[in-house]
Design a protein around this ligand. Structure first.
Ligand SMILES: Cc1cc2nc3c(=O)[nH]c(=O)nc-3n(C[C@H](O)[C@H](O)[C@H](O)COP(=O)(O)O)c2cc1C
Length: 194
């Protein structure tokens, strides 16, 4: 049985951001399992605005590379899969199914200006869950904010409904994946006991 200490090590203490990956493939079943894990994490009103596009093919990767910050190109080229995490601007359309106890819950979210902050906050939260879910399913993850979001959206989501927020390289580590652990803030620097 996995102990609490082993779980904490797998998800946090021993887990690192990966910057390069081995040639070992990531089967589609693993990506499905990753989504099946992350979908259980909580969001406001059970809204679940995050959407995922898994870039697996050489053609899709070639479409992604021009939108990357130069320092991120080799990382994407080395990873078998890069997830484009996005939010759905029209997440409220799913509310009737996601809140079966409520009467027409989507009608309260007709205004786009009200929907967007909810989508952005909760999808960002889900992006954090996504990194942990990847680790929980035995994958190394390398999140990257360094890319042209408008360019990625125009290329991959031309109907304008999904808006990208983060890229996450996924795969298995090679011998050179990890950088030394960076310092973290101490309890007294980041926490107030009130
Ligand atoms: C939201 C986010 C954006 C990031 N963007 C980039 C990026 O564009 N390029 C990059 O090389 N690393 C990027 N990183 C990696 C961070 O620098 C790294 O996770 C952090 O320094 C902790 O490293 P560690 O997991 O090895 O301790 C990003 C991480 C996060 C969570």
């Amino acid at each position: 049985m996995t102990t609490i200490s082993e779980s904490v090590d797998t998800l946090f203490s021993e887990a690192h951001t990966a910057y390069s990956f081995s040639a070992d493939p990531v089967p589609d079943e693993t990506l499905q399992q990753l989504y099946d894990t992350v979908r259980w994490a909580p969001t406001a009103m059970n809204s679940q605005p995050m959407r995922v596009a898994f870039v697996r093919s050489a053609d899709a990767r070639a479409d992604l590379v021009p939108h990357l910050a130069p320092g991120n190109v080799d990382k994407v080229n080395s990873s078998p899969v890069t997830a484009i995490l996005a939010y759905d601007e029209d997440w409220h359309e799913h509310l009737p199914a996601l809140q079966p106890y409520a009467q027409d819950p989507h009608l309260a979210w007709q205004e786009r200006e009200r929907r967007l902050p909810m989508a952005q906050f909760n999808a960002n939260l889900q992006a954090g869950y996504f990194i942990l879910a990847a680790r929980a399913n035995g994958l190394a993850a390398g999140p990257m904010g360094g890319f042209d979001k408008a360019g990625v959206d125009a290329t991959f989501f031309p109907d304008g409904r999904w808006r990208s927020i983060l890229l996450v390289n996924l795969g298995h580590p090679d011998g050179d994946s990890y950088r030394p652990r960076m310092p973290r803030l101490e309890f007294d620097q980041a926490v107030r006991m009130l």
